[in-house]
Design a protein around this ligand. Structure first.
Ligand code: NAD
Ligand code: IPM
Ligand code: MG
Length: 361
């Protein structure tokens, strides 16, 4: 990538995916200008409505353009009423994860000042942990390959040494960076089901091997069922939580519910060479088209993108812009912005205006 100038492939998708994408681009454009960084964006067709219109959910030309860009920004895709012959929905975001090897699904969960948290305990205001959802194997490995007969359906889960090592190293390195930033020791807790499944006993053994490379970071394990309990009982106790694909999918929605809902749930799918940045939420058919989607999750995902681009050598301006965007979203909510998902009256455009105002107009 040319220093200080990058190409972003934009996949707005369906439903509120297109709404939060438009809102995010409206914030990114002036932010980039302020920091003197070049962001050229190209919108690409893909998604459920594209599938309905053309029979192709993810044109190869869109995939190729996304693959060759410096980063990919995705809204959300899928629509419950639009299904393939096997009964499943279209999901180009899964194609991206699999085809580009995006094994680390980074899903930060952080209480934003001013956004009501679900728990009454005052420690809930300090919630700040990151789920690292393995995103290329686990139960999702079986996608499109399960056995279905008249009498049974069977899907299989796959865990590999190579991916578990990468996921574990990614998680420990993330914990080291967070420890340096937050001024306390890092902790990585693998979330598994090693009490019952050999695949998870294997995953745990590989994770433990990698843990020995990071003596400065505390490591541990927790069963996924007990973790679901703990994420409601004492979520402030956790730091970095690597886990299997399906477990991470489920726990990330639960975790979003702790800190305001899906509208506050950013996400990044990161591989060795490529990355997709998208909110963890879906297309929200229940509110699509009403102008009330909360774009905060996508704005925070875009900030993760700028930070990742900086780490790939795009330039300090990208890191500065990321920090400023995070701070602007926080300040907007701390300053009284109240989106409808948290019981207020502010719609998508009001969030854009409030964040732009924090960024200096
Ligand atoms: N990353 C993705 O592209 C992605 C993720 C999840 C679901 N989906 C797809 O989206 C469709 C709808 O799925 P779903 O309803 O189960 O989940 P969803 O995340 O779209 O919605 C769940 C709930 O959260 C609310 N919500 C979600 N995002 C919000 C936002 N930004 N602002 C305010 N409220 C928000 C919705 O209104 C709804 O009540 C399905 O087709 C599903 O497959 C796509
Ligand atoms: C829509 C779906 C394919 C996707 C997933 O299951 O990974 C979503 O739920 C997510 O969390 O990103
Ligand atoms: Mg999900």
């Amino acid at each position: 990538m040319a220093s200080n100038s990058v190409r972003i492939a934009v996949l707005p998708g369906d439903g509120i995916g297109t709404e939060v994408t438009e809102a995010t681009l409206a914030v990114l454009d002036p932010l980039a200008r302020r920091h003197g960084i070049g962001l050229s964006t190209e919108a690409l067709p893909a998604g459920a409505f594209h599938y309905q219109a053309t029979g192709d959910a993810f044109p190869e030309a869109s995939f190729r353009a996304a693959e060759s860009a410096d980063a990919i920004l995705l809204g959300a895709m899928g629509w419950p009423g639009i299904r393939q012959a096997d009964g499943t929905e279209i999901a180009p975001q899964l194609d991206l994860r699999f085809r580009l090897g995006l094994y680390a699904g980074v899903r930060p969960v952080r209480a934003i000042p001013g956004v009501p948290v679900a728990l009454a305990d005052p420690r809930a205001a300090t919630i700040d942990f990151v789920l690292v959802r393995e995103s290329t194997e686990g139960l999702f490995h079986s996608r499109g390959k399960g056995l279905v007969t008249q009498d049974l359906a069977e899907e299989t889960l796959r865990i590999t040494r190579a991916t578990t090592e990468k996921l574990s190293r990614f998680s420990f390195r993330l914990a080291e960076r967070r420890a340096a930033r937050l001024g306390r020791a890092g902790r990585v807790t693998l979330v598994d089901k090693a009490n019952v499944f050999r695949a998870f006993a294997f995953m745990r053994a590989v994770f433990d091997e990698v843990a020995t490379e990071f003596p400065g970071v505390e490591s541990g394990h927790h069963y996924v069922d007990a973790m679901a309990l703990d994420l409601v009982r004492r979520p402030w106790a956790y730091d970095v939580l690597p886990t299997e694909n399906m477990f991470g999918d489920i726990l990330s929605d639960l975790a979003a519910g702790l800190v305001g809902g899906m509208g506050f749930s950013p996400s990044a799918d990161i591989g060795d060479e490529h990355a997709v940045f998208q909110p963890a939420h879906g297309t929200a058919p229940d509110i699509a088209g009403q102008g009330i989607a909360n774009p905060a999750a996508m704005l925070l995902s875009a900030s993760m993108m700028l930070d990742w681009l900086a780490s790939r050598g795009a330039g300090q301006g990208f890191a500065d812009a990321a920090a400023e965007l995070d701070a602007a979203v926080d300040a907007a909510f701390a300053g009284g912005l109240r989106t409808t998902d948290i019981g207020g009256g502010d719609g998508t455009a009001a969030v854009v205006r409030a964040v732009q105002a924090q960024l200096g107009g």
